[in-house]
Every structure is written in structure tokens, then in C-alpha cells.
Write a protein that binds this ligand. Structure first.
Ligand code: SF4
Ligand code: SF4
Length: 171
């Protein structure tokens, strides 16, 4: 698929071409462990409202991704960068009134993307490394908050980041 086409579809700038849909896609996802509750989604949007990834990228939208799966937009979903932006924080999972378990669905999509060669397995290794690094970074920043509070200093996000990077460099 060309970059131009992907962008047009994912960003919703082009209408869905019904001839390009794969009606089996939703069954493929829901047959995988973790995808079983996909079809329970009633599109309320609670997942999107609480998702931290939407705050850093306004193209990221769990409800929209679910609609795309249900419509059969297999190629657009599995080839999209968006499925790698989820931080697997489980906020949507906990808040969903239908117990759709979107975080698990994201795992299914990523596995399918690798298995069907939309991405190279080495790409997943890089994503895993980034996830580990961001966890370490978060850990160090939380520790830095406690340290600044103890010294009665105002909390400054840039200082926290600097302190966390310094700590990581010491490892
Ligand atoms: S919160 Fe659950 S039911 Fe609502 S849109 Fe998200 S996945 Fe669907
Ligand atoms: S698990 Fe992913 S989709 Fe769900 S709220 Fe967290 S970042 Fe968003």
C-alpha cells in the first residue's frame, strides 16, 4: 500500500472503499486469545477519552481502531504505525463498560502484523526495548519527585527528566 493511501484512510480523509474491505478480519481477530470480546464494543468512546496515547498523538483513537477492525480494514490497521503507539497501560481495559479488553486486542493486532509480515520481527524488539526504557525513565522520575518533595523544592518537569536521564546514564 502506498504511503499516500495509508495516510488518507487512517486520517479519515478518504471514504472507505467497500471493495477493499476484508469481512473476515473481525473473525480472525476475535478468534485469537485476547480478541474474543471485540464484537461487544458499542462505540461509546470511553476508551479513547481516557487513553494517554491520544494526548501525544491526536490520530491515535482506540474506538476508531475497533471500528476499522469491525469494518474489515485489515491492511490499513495492520500496516498502520498507530498500533505501535499504545503504551499497554490498561486504562481502556479497566474502564470499558463492555469488557472489550482493547489492550489484549492490541496484542492480537501486533502479533498478526508480525506474523503476516507487515513489520519485521526486529521492529518488535526495538519496541520492547523502548517500553523497558520508558518504564525505567518513569521509575526514575517518580523517585526524583520524592527526592524534590523531601528537599521541599518545587516540582519541575524538566529537572525531573534531567535527573532521570542522569540516573539512567549511570547504569
Ligand atoms: S470503551 Fe469499550 S465499548 Fe466503549 S468504545 Fe471503547 S472498547 Fe468500545
Ligand atoms: S492500553 Fe493503549 S489504548 Fe488502552 S488506554 Fe492505554 S495506551 Fe490507550
Amino acid at each position: 500500500m502506498s504511503e499516500e493511501k495509508e495516510s488518507a484512510t487512517i486520517e479519515g480523509k478518504a471514504p472507505v472503499n467497500i471493495l477493499e474491505l476484508d469481512p473476515k478480519f473481525k473473525y480472525e481477530v476475535s478468534e485469537q486469545p485476547g480478541g474474543e470480546n471485540l464484537k461487544l464494543c458499542f462505540s461509546c468512546g470511553i476508551c479513547t477519552a481516557g487513553c494517554p496515547a491520544t494526548e501525544v498523538d491526536n490520530e491515535y483513537n482506540p474506538r476508531k481502531l475497533i471500528r476499522m477492525i469491525l469494518l474489515g480494514m485489515k491492511e490499513e490497521v495492520l500496516s498502520s504505525n498507530l498500533i505501535w503507539l499504545c503504551s499497554l497501560c490498561y486504562t481502556c481495559y479497566a474502564r470499558c463498560p463492555q469488557n472489550v479488553k482493547f489492550t489484549d486486542i492490541m496484542g492480537v493486532l501486533r502479533d498478526m502484523a508480525v506474523r503476516e509480515k507487515y513489520v519485521h520481527p526486529s521492529f518488535v524488539k526495538h519496541i520492547d526495548e523502548i517500553d523497558r526504557l520508558s518504564q525505567k525513565m518513569r521509575h526514575q522520575m517518580v523517585r526524583a519527585i520524592f527526592s524534590q518533595k523531601k528537599e521541599d523544592r518545587p516540582i519541575n518537569r524538566m529537572n525531573l527528566l534531567k535527573m532521570a536521564i542522569e540516573k539512567l546514564q549511570e547504569e
